[in-house]
Design a protein around this ligand. Structure first.
Ligand code: HEC
Length: 308
């Protein structure tokens, strides 16, 4: 299951273009038929509709896998909770599901055309239009969620002083935001606790932008048969610097440290590592956290684990 998610999820951005393009092309074929009445146009549209349906099914599965992989939703559900990405994900999933059902219905029209008992051209044209619009809207909604998603950015402009030195004893200086650890898929399936600066607590709870200078620390413990073990995992850190210093992450600096990497870790680390802001290894942090742009790049504490 995990392998499937990791394999399917990344296909979503590539796959989604097919139903959008095919449904639009099918519509154009039917429009062309109005001006140039040849049966071939209907047949072309029917084949494009079949491709629309097949690629929509692939988009559906890969989309759900992606949301799981990125830790945007806690578990698989047809319609994601309204809390995910300020409801944007729910809207995208609703449009996507509607488009998929519509594609199934249009599949019948395609079947009819290929079997030479087509529905009237006017009906096919109308269906084609509705289908193309539904996929276009789904794509637009999806694009909005990842707008600002920057593939090329690998580094951020960082103050190079050692972020970890300035942390001090975070168990004492910072406020723990969860009551018990949860298993974070996004951070190597480790058990995690989240700590934030005292003056950032309220903003963090409300998903408002954190004040400049805030730090968020996520400590982690390796998994032991579904329970947190005593073995320390990596320390994940985010620090809010000046927006002008790293505008692309709205000021956020990311860092990662693991003093004693556990054997067979997914990151394939052998010796102690410390990645400070600007390190290329941190590109994945930036990429994934960009999905939470509207929550100041913070994923937050999952429901039921909050420290009141
Ligand atoms: C695949 C997506 C993903 C990746 C990659 C990722 N994170 Fe996260 N991060 C999340 C999510 C989701 C949360 C909140 C829920 C959770 O932890 O499970 C979060 C939470 C955090 C938090 C706590 C603050 C908060 O609420 O957002 C810190 C600190 C953090 N991540 C740092 C990092 C660092 C450093 C890296 C890179 C080494 C990284 N993350 C990589 C998705 C990701």
């Amino acid at each position: 299951m995990e392998n499937l998610i990791h394999w399917l999820g990344p296909l979503h951005p590539a796959v989604i273009h097919f139903p959008i393009a095919c449904s639009i092309l099918a519509f154009f074929c039917l429009v062309a038929k109005r001006f140039w009445p040849k049966e071939k146009w209907s047949e072309a549209a029917a084949i494009l509709w079949a491709l629309t349906f097949l690629s929509a099914v692939a988009a559906f599965f890969s989309g759900h896998a992606l949301a799981l992989q990125f830790g945007i939703v806690p578990q698989l559900s047809w319609i994601p909770p309204a809390s995910a990405l300020h409801g944007q994900l729910q809207e995208h999933a609703l449009w996507g599901s509607a488009s998929l059902l519509l594609a199934l219905f249009v599949g019948i029209a395609a079947w009819k055309i290929l079997n030479r008992e087509p529905w009237p051209d006017g009906i096919n044209l109308g269906l084609g239009l509705v289908l193309a619009v539904a996929f276009a809207v789904t794509g637009h909604e999806g694009g909005e969620m990842v707008y600002g998603f920057d593939h090329e950015q690998t580094t951020v402009n960082a103050g190079s002083s050692d972020l970890f030195d300035s942390l001090g004893n975070f168990h004492e200086n910072l406020v723990k935001m969860n009551i018990r650890p949860w298993n974070s898929r996004a951070h190597g399936h480790r058990w995690v606790n989240t700590y934030v600066s005292p003056d950032a607590v309220e903003a963090y709870k409300r998903s408002d932008p954190l004040p400049v200078g805030s730090v968020v620390v996520k400590e982690s413990f390796e998994d032991d048969n579904g329970q947190p073990s005593g073995t320390l995992g990596p320390l994940y850190v985010m620090k809010k610097g000046a927006v002008t210093d790293s505008p692309r992450t709205r000021g956020w600096l990311y860092a990662f440290k693991w003093d004693k990497p556990a054997p067979n870790n997914p990151e394939r680390l052998k010796d102690a590592v410390k990645w400070l802001p600007g390190d290329g290894h941190l590109a994945s942090c930036i990429k994934c956290h960009s999905h939470f742009r509207d929550e100041d790049y913070l994923g937050g504490v999952p429901e039921g684990f909050e420290n009141p």
